[in-house]
Design a binder for this molecule. Structure first.
Ligand SMILES: Nc1ncnc2c1ncn2[C@@H]1O[C@H](COP(=O)(O)OP(=O)(O)OP(=O)(O)O)[C@@H](O)[C@H]1O
Ligand SMILES: [Mg+2]
Length: 326
């Protein structure tokens, strides 16, 4: 891969599912690239297509009734959704993923040490003693207390935070260039969340891998990521450096998400939410998908879908972007 070339390029990615109520286009024309060593956040309300995007990046959409379009290049190599053999090699080795629920991600009938190095077995053909040694090393690296003993534990013997550390160790076992973390701390309590995010930050810095952090939590993403991508109803609606997106959003949807964040030190019973609901993806609104909920929408927004506008500090998909002071 030439130096400075993007690690991952996604062009016009669309994913649709056959459902009882018709075709559901969960991801619609998503394009972006990720550079090595960057921490990029993907935010948006529930159902906006974040996890389906992640599944596409892991080659996990080769199933009946699922249609994937667009182009995906990893390290310059063009990949298609149906190339399962190739994906099997790439998963773990080049791209790995950490999921929301560590309990569900682990096999309850397998000791954690064995799970951590399961990938090594497939990918690097190591012997038993060497695998155990590697497992202890990896579990130590992710800060699992008494890793030398816990390597032989069953998943149910560990706390939620410990289990997520095991999942992170598993994801890192083969040294991936891209780690996708889909709501990695949502199932954990607040103090453990902070520890897990600090661990991910340390590992990202040590390895230089790129991280795509998927989250509902714009506050977390703003704090943790270099860049933010905002997704709404299957489309990217804004992207830019985290510092800019958080302070000077261009898309009214991003501004709405920010308004629903509690300010530092502020305690609220309930978050202020953006009025209205995420559209039914079997029949999205015409024009801009956000128009029924947008305080700025006019005739054009209802009639014409905005194209992506690239700007100096990112880009957006809006006819009437916010500017400073509006
Ligand atoms: N296998 C599937 N079959 C049919 N529809 C699906 C499938 N997987 C996802 N969807 C639909 O695709 C849309 C996007 O789902 P996705 O899981 O990507 O949302 P998300 O942004 O990750 O939401 P959350 O924040 O709740 O995790 C939703 O409408 C969901 O119901
Ligand atoms: Mg999701």
């Amino acid at each position: 891969m030439p130096p400075g070339a993007p690690l991952l390029e996604v062009e016009g990615l669309s994913v649709s599912f056959a459902t009882a109520g018709g075709r559901l286009r969960a991801v619609d024309g998503v394009s972006f690239s990720l550079t090595q060593g960057r921490r990029v956040g993907l935010v948006g309300e529930s159902g906006s297509g974040k996890s389906v995007t992640a599944q596409a990046l892991m080659g996990l959409l080769d199933a009946p009734g699922v249609q994937v379009e667009g182009e995906l290049r990893l390290g310059g190599e063009r990949l298609t959704a149906t190339d399962e053999r190739r994906w099997r090699t790439l998963r773990g080795n080049k791209v790995a993923m950490v999921f929301q629920d560590p309990a569900a991600a682990l096999n309850p009938r397998m000791r954690v040490g064995e799970q951590v190095t399961e990938g090594l077995l497939v990918h690097q053909g190591l012997g038993r003693a060497e695998r155990r040694r590697r497992a202890v090393e990896l579990l130590t690296r992710v800060g699992l207390p008494d890793a030398g003993v816990r390597v032989d534990a069953w998943p149910h013997e560990l706390s939620g935070g410990m289990r997520q550390r095991v999942c992170i160790a598993m994801a890192l076992a083969c040294g991936p260039q891209l780690l996708i973390a889909d709501e990695p701390t949502t199932a954990l309590d607040v103090t453990v969340q902070a520890q897990v995010m600090a661990l991910l930050a340390r590992l990202q810095a040590e390895t230089g891998m790129a991280v795509l952090l998927i989250s509902h939590d714009l506050g977390l993403v703003a704090e943790w990521c270099d860049e933010v991508m905002v997704m709404y109803a299957g489309q990217l609606v804004e992207r830019g450096p985290a510092a800019r997106v958080l302070t000077r959003p261009r898309h009214p949807y991003t501004a709405g998400l920010l308004a629903s964040l509690p300010l530092p030190g502020e305690r609220r019973e309930r978050l202020v939410e953006i009025p209205g609901m995420v559209p039914d993806m079997r029949a999205p609104p015409s024009g801009c998908r956000f128009n029924p909920r947008c305080p700025r929408a006019d005739e054009r927004c209802r009639a014409e879908a905005p194209a992506w506008s690239e700007e100096a500090e990112g880009g957006h998909r809006c006819h009437l972007p916010l500017s400073e002071g509006t």
